[in-house]
Ligand binder design. Sequence first.
Ligand code: CAA
Length: 385
Amino acid sequence: MDTKLTEEQELIRSMARDFAQREVEPLAKELDQKGRWPNELVARLGELGLMGVAVPSEHGGAGADTLSYALALEEIARACASTAVIMSVNNSLVCDPLLRFGNEGQQKEFLAPLAAGKKLGCFGLTEPSSGSDASSMATAAERDGASWVLNGSKNWITNGPAADVILVFCATDRSLGSRGVTAFIVPTDAPGFKAETPDEKLGIHAAHSCTVFFENCKIPDSLRLGEENQGFKIAMNALDGGRIGIASQALGIARAAYEKALAYSKERKSFGKPLAEKQAIQFKIADMATDLEAARLLVWQAAFRKDAAKTDSSIRHTRESAMAKLVASEMAHRVTHQALQIHGGYGYSKEYDLERHVRDARITEIYEGTSEIMRIVIAAQELRK
Ligand code: CAA
């Protein structure tokens, strides 16, 4: 794997870093403490082309590659994990499937404004009684002439309270299990759609999620994404990309904590010497730095493979994306805890950022597929060889 970045990748990373440091980082603590939705930052992400990084420019996006997307997301997550996941969901879970499976009309009506940041999307797969076992959903869509009538609920829907569009997965033929699921693009002003108030969570306080309801929500067949009963594969394919986004988010969170611990270890003196001179701290620094780099290589590998798959249908990145998410999220757990430990009591205090990084890292091991599901996905791919 060639790890030298292209000029375009370097440019996107430095643009995202500059924006994150100047505009995102100064707001992160306040957003977390108040649980405030970052309206102004979401608008700026759109203006900078960061809501549709890998969407071709003719469809309203920045026309960059998946590695550029991962690089940008890491920079945003280093500043604010909440802002990063808002960006990740719109890019990976909404724009990407619309680009891959949408028809011309759907791409014009939905993809272009979503990729340009003029509209916001969310992804409705999880339900109160089916998280990891995603295909056993209760939400159903029934045909009614040239329309569909949707009934049911989805929960933990990131961006749900603010979204203009939801990509939702419904059972259309229960007897077929995962082969009886269909995807629909539903504007959130459709009659019968309702979004609840934001959930209360341990971390990523500013990235609002909620339960959404469909009550006899009638939509035309033109809003069906892909073929009837092809929806589960669309969801899985979207998650293969989404997992690169969450892995990049985990890298950013871990890097924020690591950089703070590194600086603190040089400043803080104990027993007459800076912490950094103690071997116990040096070992932690070595482990954190190595863990971060190892995870980043897996994320980059998954991103390269996703791009390679665009021109070669024999290539899949399911395994690489799952490996990247598994390793990066568990790395972020370890690194944020060690960084907090180096800060001692200050790490536990709300005055510093470390406790936020620990809380924000935790979700990366759960959403878009838990670590346990990542291991199932990786093992299934290995056993297929
Ligand atoms: N790409 C394309 N097709 C795929 C696929 C992939 N990555 N993975 C599976 N499929 C296909 C299979 O080939 C199979 O097709 P056939 O029927 O034609 O053979 C079909 O889908 C069913 O596959 P499985 O039998 O493997 O399905 P399963 O029911 O056993 O489930 C699972 C597999 C991996 C456990 C899956 O349910 C899964 O990933 N669960 C986790 C769900 C998840 O990640 N949820 C996250 C919610 S979104 C979120 O968190 C967003 C947010 O808010 C931030």
